[in-house]
Design a protein around this ligand. Structure first.
Ligand SMILES: Cc1cc2nc3c(=O)[nH]c(=O)nc-3n(C[C@H](O)[C@H](O)[C@H](O)COP(=O)(O)OP(=O)(O)OC[C@H]3O[C@@H](n4cnc5c(N)ncnc54)[C@H](O)[C@@H]3O)c2cc1C
Length: 408
């Protein structure tokens, strides 16, 4: 094998987005994935308007819309007092072609991209079951080592190998931040949960000093993401008895709720010290992780990937210097810290607030914002990540792009 133009490490949603975006620009790309099959873990299930605009440009938005569920409103609730505020994404109708949240499981997004790569870009190599164990940098290329001992040279390496990134660790790049005390138990429930909690909508953030939670509708199931006290061990939390007790606490007595999945996750806010080191660029969870409150982690990773594909196009096709990659690294790190981390940390803290006066202040503030159309719109621009991409300069969209317009 000669020197690759671009090697992507990780066939998760961010790595595959990067591969599709690069292939669409005519850039040769090879993906290395350590697992034999694409992940079917549920994890993310929310796609925000700027991400749907990117998906439109990549030619996958129609497939996502066909499989997903459109959420036109979202609610902020208090477990004790009920509804505090309801926001309507229709307020964003003059700001985006997609004034809603699309609820779609992460593994379906990954599969849609994989199908698109197979159908339209058979030249893209996706080498499943070939993990990367090390990386070295030379003047003309980076050298990756695979688990089977092969050496692969690439002009540029995109490390999209997730939060525990082997590549980030091999580079010695810092990943500073915090780990919250609480963890989240994620339950996927195959039952019409709206009949148990009348008045909820498809996306509900529910504040509580003891067990704040998120209740989301996805195309197939309802998902409950509920805080778990730090002193409980993961194996205790995942027992039938513990889960049944939590469900009873949340929904009252009912016939047994059919569960399709139960998982427990630690919650971190961390950002890599640098998103570029010579020929290696970090993106997605390899570069930044955050609390799922707000549904922004994967969305931010997709924004990294799309922006990077444009910048690599300038370098590989138009002869631009690597300074455009430094600007990308700086911009995307700022977006992760100043927008995603800031907002998701604030939401997590507000949902978990213990102090009664603070809780009351939050409830008042949110109902005031929801009751004032100008304030509500500004709130929605933040919550839908539109202010984020405007402040952190994603590349402009080609003119004439909109729902149904298709890709290059
Ligand atoms: C409960 C939960 C809910 C969430 N909800 C949302 C949400 O609603 N919205 C949102 O935007 N985000 C959400 N997130 C975050 C989202 O899941 C992640 O941001 C997303 O998975 C990041 O994608 P990624 O491709 O960067 O990394 P990953 O999904 O971790 O993929 C990394 C890939 O790299 C592979 N890999 C790892 N090491 C190597 C190696 N050495 N060599 C080759 N391959 C390797 C892995 O096998 C994997 O396929 C949620 C997360 C959780 C836990």
């Amino acid at each position: 094998m000669g020197v690759l133009d671009v090697a992507v490490v990780g066939a998760g949603p961010v790595g595959l987005t990067a591969a599709l975006a690069l292939a669409g620009r005519g850039i040769a790309v090879t993906v290395f994935e350590e697992d034999a099959l694409l992940s079917t873990e549920w994890r993310a299930s929310t796609f925000h308007p700027p991400t749907l605009e990117i998906a439109c440009d990549l030619g996958i938005a129609d497939a996502m819309l066909a499989e997903g569920l459109i959420a036109r409103t979202y609610q902020i609730r208090d477990r004790r007092d009920g509804l505090i505020a309801e926001f309507d994404f229709g307020l964003l109708a003059d700001e985006t072609d997609y004034p809603f949240r699309l609820q779609l499981e992460q593994y379906k997004y990954t599969q849609i991209i994989s199908d698109m790569l197979g159908g339209r870009h058979p030249e893209v190599g996706v080498r499943m079951g070939e993990g990367i164990t090390g990386v070295a940098q030379h003047a003309d290329a980076a050298v990756l080592t695979t688990a089977s001992g092969e050496r692969v040279e690439a002009r540029w390496v995109l490390a999209a190998d997730g939060a525990r990134s082997t590549v980030r660790k091999a580079l010695g790049t810092s990943f500073d931040g915090l780990t919250y005390d609480h963890r989240y138990l994620v339950l996927s429930i195959d039952y019409p949960v709206e009949t148990l909690l009348p008045g909820i909508c498809a996306v509900n953030y529910i504040a509580d000093p003891d067990e704040h939670l998120l209740i989301l509708r996805t195309p197939d199931v309802w998902r409950v993401v509920v805080a778990v006290r730090p002193e409980l061990r993961a194996d205790e939390v995942l027992t039938d008895a513990y889960v049944a007790g939590r469900l009873r606490g949340l929904f009252g007595d009912h016939p047994e709720l059919p569960l399709r999945e139960r998982k427990i996750y630690s919650v971190h806010q961390r950002v890599a010290g640098n998103f570029r080191q010579d020929r290696v660029l970090l993106l997605g969870d390899a570069a930044h992780v955050n609390s799922p409150m707000g549904g922004m982690g994967l969305n931010g990773g997709i924004h990294d990937a799309f922006d990077l594909s444009v910048q690599l196009g300038k370098v590989l096709l138009d002869g631009a210097g690597p300074e455009v990659l430094d600007a990308w690294a700086h911009r995307r790190r700022k977006a992760a810290i100043e927008a995603v981390q800031e907002l998701t940390h604030r939401t997590t803290t507000e949902m978990a607030e213990q102090d009664e006066a603070e809780r009351l202040g939050y409830r008042r503030r949110m109902s005031e914002i929801a009751g004032d159309p100008a304030l509500a719109k500004a709130w929605m621009l933040d919550a839908a990540m539109i202010s984020n991409v405007r402040a952190h300069g994603l590349p402009p969209r080609p003119a004439g792009r909109g729902p149904g317009a298709g890709a290059n």
